[in-house]
Design a protein. Structure first.
Length: 678
């Protein structure tokens, strides 16, 4: 006996009962030959309805006991009988299984559509009704316990194994049907419900202390677990490892996609039914994405008869469910664990790739690592080559959350160390900062050099110097060396005149930044990181609250943040204490200015042979930003005349630059100085 033969055997037993019931109906039918029966009520039919109802035949089937004995023997021999397994998983009694088979018959054999139409005395109603199901089961319509099996609150209805339609009709005449997915499963189809196609993801596994502890709990009968994870997706991998170690198969649902469904409530029911049909456990992640619907969805998930694991970055809210979960913390993956995941996914491509460095830089979980490698391989295929470390870094950057781009401007680094013209001391500090950023996970997390106090594993630096001295470019260089994107915070999206709104905006930025591997740049940082002042009125009080919030938030930040300011003295001293490094950017000296002019007017820019850049470097003490601006202006002037960049173009550009600055223009030929009026 196999699963399908057992199902058909149960169907044949119901068919025998239908034959007996049809014969019983014919024996007292007042109008057996009326072609319009069911469309109107004749006097004879009304009289028959008012007459005492003959007792239905005894439709008990001794053959059912024989069939069940064969089924038990088949299961002992190792054969899976899906109807019986579903009954055990869903907690269905023998009568509920009988109702399920009765409702399913029209989907197994079209003959039963017409037979049900006859028994319903309505050719248009070709499904089993509640009353007909009770009658075929030999139960009285006055039996409250039997009626409850087909009403909301029952295992059949709540788990969507049977759907009751026509709820506006009287209870006994409501039609019932078995969803197509249930019928398909009972006939041997394991393809998930079409409504879940876009919601299910294939989880990786990460075996660790947490997964082993959870596996023991699931093996002991634990049904609900909440796994609090850090910024990466390690929670799903830990949950999958735990459930599979406990002998469960796993269905993993993306909560972000789930909440976007048109009918979330029915989709959650379908999700639970799928787990029930396949004997799987559910992992739903992350619950943070559920938003206002979190409480309702979690309540439904928590009451499912299968093991359920929920993951999220926040704390468990007891108001979500009256069922108390096992609460566990997903440990942050160490650099070594991440490197091992990278190597496992790369396989033969691992040779020649600096896996340890990539793993240290990108705080990714298993799923993100797989996606980054897939993206890197796609980039390699586009240029018809093998994946390199640069491809993998670009693939990793593509996995960053897009939410930060709504709050900050993304800059893909295009410059390197050779593009910086700075004193040796400043360059050495920037290189030290790069080392801190690259090794912070090893030192602060793996070696636990920043324990306790809720401190983050971030690195924060202050770039201080006059405008145009290279602060922003230095941040871009560091991001490029680390293989990260640079996000420049737009103060227009942060500062708000309403009390408390600035803090909310900053919190959104820090939260999104913690989810990406990137460098966060706060330009003109003194605007929001200014000194706290003496409280004279309410405005001072709330301004100080804003500064105090930032002091706390910076200390718990897990990323790499750079504060750039022209006015270092305006920063609060408490911020300075929390900084890992302060880098001063001085105005360039003559040698640096010459190097800047040479870089800005280097090929492919066409220049005239009479350009003496050393004279400009000696005579005009401009910052790097001003020199670049003057060089661009000279290029526009030359392009307009269709000639190479000449001394005349550069001189005119320098005059424009000094005019913008409102400063005196030094005259190279003499000691005279003339004021360039606005």
């Amino acid at each position: 006996m196999d699963s399908t033969r057992y199902l058909l055997g149960r169907a044949m037993l119901v068919e025998e009962r239908i034959r007996a019931l049809v014969a019983h109906r014919r024996s007292h039918d007042p109008a057996p030959d009326d072609p319009f029966r069911g469309l109107y009520l004749s006097d004879d039919v009304v009289d028959a309805l008012l007459a005492p109802t003959p007792s239905p035949p005894d439709i008990s089937q001794p053959a059912r006991d024989t069939l069940e004995q064969h089924a038990v023997a088949a299961e002992r021999a190792g054969t899976e009988l899906r109807l019986r397994r579903l009954a055990r998983s869903a907690g269905l009694g023998a009568q509920e299984v009988e109702f399920l088979v009765i409702c399913q018959l029209p989907d197994l054999d079209s003959r039963f559509e017409r037979l049900y139409g006859y028994l319903n005395d309505d050719v248009t109603r070709r499904r089993a009704t509640v009353g007909l199901a009770l009658e075929l089961s030999g139960l009285s319509p006055m039996n409250a316990a039997a009626r409850a099996m087909l009403a909301p609150g029952s295992a059949l209805v709540d788990q969507a194994l049977v759907v009751v339609d026509d709820t506006d009709r009287p209870f006994l005449t409501r039609a019932m049907r078995v969803p197509d997915r249930v019928t398909a499963y009972l006939l041997g189809d394991d393809a998930p419900d079409a409504a879940l196609t876009d919601l299910l993801i294939e989880p990786d596994e990460h075996h660790c202390t947490q997964s082993r502890d959870m596996a023991r709990a699931f093996a002991a009968g634990q049904k609900l677990c909440y796994l609090r994870e850090s910024v990466n997706d390690s929670g799903v991998a830990i949950a999958a490892a735990a459930l599979r170690s406990a002998g469960h198969t796993v269905i993993c649902c993306d909560a972000g996609r789930l909440v976007r469904c048109a009918d979330v409530e029915s989709t959650v029911v379908v999700l639970g039914r799928e787990a029930l049909l396949t004997g799987a456990s559910l992992v739903v992640s992350p619950v943070d994405a559920l938003g206002p619907a979190t409480a309702d969805i979690v309540f439904r998930l928590a009451r499912m008869p299968v093991p359920v694991v929920l993951t999220g970055t926040g704390a468990w809210n007891p108001g979500w469910s009256d069922r108390v979960p096992l609460i566990a913390e997903a440990a942050r993956l160490t650099v070594g664990e991440r490197a091992e995941l990278w190597r496992r996914e790369l396989g033969s491509l691992v040779d020649g790739i600096e896996v340890d460095e990539i793993a240290a830089q990108y705080v990714f979980g298993p799923r993100q690592i797989t996606a980054a490698i897939t993206a890197g391989r796609a980039l390699a295929r586009a240029r018809n080559g093998a994946a390199t470390g640069a491809d993998l870094r670009r693939g990793a950057r593509s996995q960053n959350a897009a939410g930060l781009e709504h709050l900050a401007r993304r800059i893909e680094p295009t410059v390197g160390w050779d593009d910086l013209v700075l004193p040796a001391k400043t360059l050495k500090q920037l290189q030290d900062l790069t080392i801190r950023a690259r090794k912070r996970e090893v030192v602060l997390s793996d070696w636990q050099m920043r324990p306790g106090g809720g401190r983050g594993t971030g690195v924060t630096a202050l770039f201080a110097g006059d405008s145009g001295t290279g602060k922003t470019m230095a941040a871009e260089v560091i991001a490029g060396v680390l293989g990260l994107d640079l996000y420049t915070v737009n103060l227009a999206t942060v500062v708000d005149k309403y009390i408390g709104e600035t803090e909310k905006n900053l919190e959104r930025i820090f939260t999104e930044a913690s989810r990406v591997s990137a460098v966060l740049l706060f330009d003109e940082a003194d605007a929001i990181f200014g000194k706290r002042s003496e409280v004279r009125d309410a405005h001072d009080r709330y301004a100080n609250i804003e500064s105090a919030y930032l002091l706390q938030r910076m200390e718990t930040f897990d990323g790499l943040a750079v504060l750039a300011t022209n006015l270092r003295a305006n920063l609060d001293d408490a911020f300075t204490r929390r900084l890992d490094m302060v880098v001063d950017f001085p105005l360039p000296d003559e040698a640096a200015r010459l190097a800047l002019w040479q870089r800005c007017l280097a090929p492919p820019v066409p220049t005239d042979g009479d350009l003496e850049l050393s004279g400009y470097a000696q005579s005009f003490p401009l910052s790097g930003g001003n020199i670049r601006s003057a060089a661009i202006t000279a290029a526009y002037l030359a392009a307009d005349t269709g000639t190479d960049v000449s001394a005349g173009h550069v001189g005119a550009a320098i005059q424009q630059e000094y005019r913008k600055l409102g400063r005196l223009l030094p005259t190279p030929e003499s000691d005279e100085r003339q004021e360039i009026r606005r």
